[in-house]
Design a binder for this molecule. Structure first.
Ligand code: NAD
Length: 428
């Protein structure tokens, strides 16, 4: 499926929830388009002396529940449609975990692996120069996403502070610990997904030692979820990154794969250039083959649109935990529902990242920092509570978990939009 339908696809997911929620035409209109968006050109002096101009976006989808929140993606395939879709999902994700934020997203069209560390720093600072007026601790708070990391967040926060001539750590989350980052932010997305998978495993009676797992994408989110499940006794039989995957029925220790990936490849600046294909005894598989493996839990943790109408009927997993945003197309959803595959939707499964980002923002605002245990405890409380809420809606309304999550989020968003009055109210 082409990228240009990503926002439309994202909206199809929420349209299924509409008939279960009483909402005014006003709310529907407000939620049909992003609130505001910006496209910027970022001139960067390359090491060669040449000037390159990169295109960047920032989209605020909806801020009814609070300042908008969402990551910044560096990828050659970034498009406005993709950023809009991701900002739409952020709006619903923040509502699912009931944190006081709306949804936003940012992106720059760039292959960051082709840039030197210095070029990357200039690009990151240039992006902030360009969107400076569009973000702020009480307006819109960026965070990391694909191919951006805590060092990049540090450069961006520093640039914002330089322009404003004051320290505003709450403007960006996912910062290094020594620049006001939160304990537990690094593995928050993985931890959040882990808490949810554990709850789901209880309901579906899956014991770790008898459960096999395949993880697509071995970055921040994918590595941590693989490690947490492995440490808990689940068997991680397949892993992949952008260059391909590995499979072993005996299972892998994600830590040794990460070690090997770091050693075998070169850690060049802020990016690892190794690939999980280069290491230990295994069968090499493609990313496509990984998705179709006969495993209990499949975890897409890379990019959107990995499971589509083309491969959905070949999926053998019993459970799909969407750690990536938007890995399953609406057409694939229909096919998987008929096959009775349980999908733990992205707006719940990967919400741990934004939840701990919220904790970071709170700590920055208070100037009072929490112990790691406190962060995990509060994260677990939220993830378990909202899994249970969604599961209850799933049983009560007889809908899939994705629709149940949208019902829960939509009710919360609509309540905030309609608190200011609706057509019905003003007609009286
Ligand atoms: P990352 O940059 O740390 O890692 C991305 C990984 O995906 C890398 O291992 C890369 O090699 C791999 N990859 C890229 N293209 C691929 C392809 N075509 N097939 C297989 N693997 C591929 O990014 P991340 O932060 O881990 O994000 C991964 C996903 O999780 C994204 O969808 C992102 O939006 C989502 N997510 C991340 C966070 C977070 O806190 N990091 C939070 C919520 C959601």
């Amino acid at each position: 499926m082409e990228k240009n339908g990503l926002l439309a696809n994202a909206q199809k997911q929420y349209e299924k929830a509409l008939k279960y929620v009483k909402l005014s035409p006003d709310s529907k209109k407000v939620l049909s388009r992003p609130k505001e968006l910006i496209e910027v050109s970022i001139p960067v002096r390359m090491d060669s002396g040449k000037l390159e101009v990169f295109t960047g976006y920032r989209v605020h989808y909806n801020d009814a529940r609070g300042p908008t929140k969402g990551g910044i993606r560096y990828h050659p395939d970034v498009s406005l449609d993709e950023v809009e879709a991701l900002s739409f999902w952020m709006t619903f994700k923040c509502a699912v975990v009931n944190i006081p934020f709306g949804g936003a997203k940012g992106g720059v069209i760039v292959d960051p692996k082709k840039l030197s560390a210095k070029e990357l720093e200039r690009l990151s600072r240039g992006y902030i120069d360009a969107i400076y007026g569009f973000i702020g601790p009480d307006i819109d708070i960026p965070a990391p996403d694909v191919y951006t990391n805590e060092m990049i967040m540090g450069w961006m926060a520093d640039e914002y502070n330089k322009i404003s001539r004051k320290l505003s750590p709450a403007v960006i989350t996912g910062k290094p610990l020594n620049m006001g980052g939160s304990e537990g932010r690094g593995d928050a997305t993985g931890k959040g997904a882990y808490y949810v998978i554990k709850e789901a495993a209880k309901v579906w009676k899956m014991s770790p030692s008898k459960t096999t797992v395949a993880v697509q994408g071995f970055g921040n989110a994918g590595y941590h979820i693989a490690k947490l499940l492995h440490d808990d006794g689940f068997r991680i039989v397949a892993l992949s990154d952008s260059k391909g995957g590995i499979y072993s029925p005996d299972g892998f220790d994600p830590d040794s794969i990460m070690q090997a990936k770091l050693q075998k490849g070169t850690v060049d600046g802020v990016y690892c250039k190794g690939t999980v294909c280069d290491v230990i005894r295994h069968k090499k598989i493609t990313n496509g083959e990984l998705l179709e493996l006969d495993v209990d839990i499949l975890i897409p943790a890379a990019l959107e649109n990995q499971i589509t109408e083309k491969n959905a009927s070949n999926i053998k997993a019993k459970v799909i935990a969407e750690v990536a945003n938007g890995p399953t197309s609406p057409e694939a959803d229909e096919i998987l529902e008929k096959k009775k595959v349980h999908i733990i939707p992205d707006i719940l499964a990967n919400a741990g990242g934004v939840t701990v980002s919220y904790f970071e923002w709170v700590q920055n605002k208070q100037g009072f920092y929490w112990e790691k245990e406190k962060v995990y405890e509060r994260l677990q409380e939220i993830m378990v509570r909202e899994f249970k809420n969604i599961y209850e809606i799933h049983l009560k309304e007889k809908v899939d978990l994705r629709t149940a999550a949208y019902i829960l989020a939509l009710k919360r968003i609509v309540a905030a939009i309609e608190a200011k009055g609706t057509e019905e109210y003003f007609r009286k």
